[in-house]
Write a protein that binds this ligand. Structure first.
Ligand SMILES: [Zn+2]
Length: 221
């Protein structure tokens, strides 16, 4: 036991610890998963994320059948599997990050107020409230993620996804940061929102400059 999806299990444990260290998950609230083909490594229910070890990570198939691991998977397993069934993505983070969660209690969407939010697909939708762990909640969140890598969950929290755990964790960090910016801006006045043309110009500039990638310095010769 414990040899299936070894690399993904390790990434899930590292991601859970990183989220806990950043204050984005507390105690056992929040869950992380990583997919390889039709198998998913996912945090266990009741696992303390700040201390999670790879051998505590459970492996399930896309129907939720446990294939490996000693512990039952997170109660939000339907949410994770629903996202993997709908979208081509490699990893998912669900958390109750404080500012994102606060905004989820008030907003119907988090407007695109900063170009870094284009990493999330722009405006972040808020999925309607449903009881945690239910298929209704999973469906609502899967729909809210259409064309996005992040969604808020009304009166509950947030979910992000990406090609791998590090990318999904990064999206959660950006989302919580943007939520903080929006909160502070909103406290002062009515935040300006980037319109479609401004968002498109950012995407074009990013493509042109390969924004965010490490590049060797131009050599002056
Ligand atoms: Zn939750």
């Amino acid at each position: 036991m414990g040899h299936m999806l070894e690399r993904e299990r390790e990434q899930v444990a590292i991601g859970a610890r990183r989220l806990a260290a950043a204050g984005l998950v507390g105690g056992t609230s929040g869950n992380v998963s990583a997919r390889r083909d039709d198998r998913v490594a996912i945090t266990p229910t009741g696992g303390v994320l700040a201390e999670l070890e790879p051998e505590q990570v459970t492996v399930v198939d896309l129907e939720g059948e446990v294939l490996d691991g000693e512990l039952a998977p997170t109660s939000e397993i339907d949410l994770h599997l629903g996202i993997y069934r709908r979208y081509r993505t490699g990893a998912i983070v669900h958390c109750h990050a404080p500012v994102a969660t606060a905004l989820s209690c008030v907003l119907d969407e988090l407007p695109c107020i900063h170009y870094e939010m284009l990493l999330l697909g722009g405006t972040v939708r808020v999925a309607p409230y449903a009881t945690f762990g239910t298929p209704e909640l999973a469906r609502a969140v899967v729909d809210a993620l259409e064309g996005r890598t992040a969604a808020l969950m009304a009166n509950h929290g947030a979910v992000t996804h990406g090609a791998d755990v590090a990318t999904a964790v990064r999206a959660t960090e950006v989302l919580e940061w943007a939520a903080n910016v929006y909160w502070h801006a909103r406290a002062i006045g009515a935040p300006r929102v980037l319109d479609e043309a401004q968002q498109q110009a950012v995407l074009e500039a990013a493509l042109g400059r390969r924004y965010g990638r490490v590049q060797p310095a131009e050599r002056a010769s």
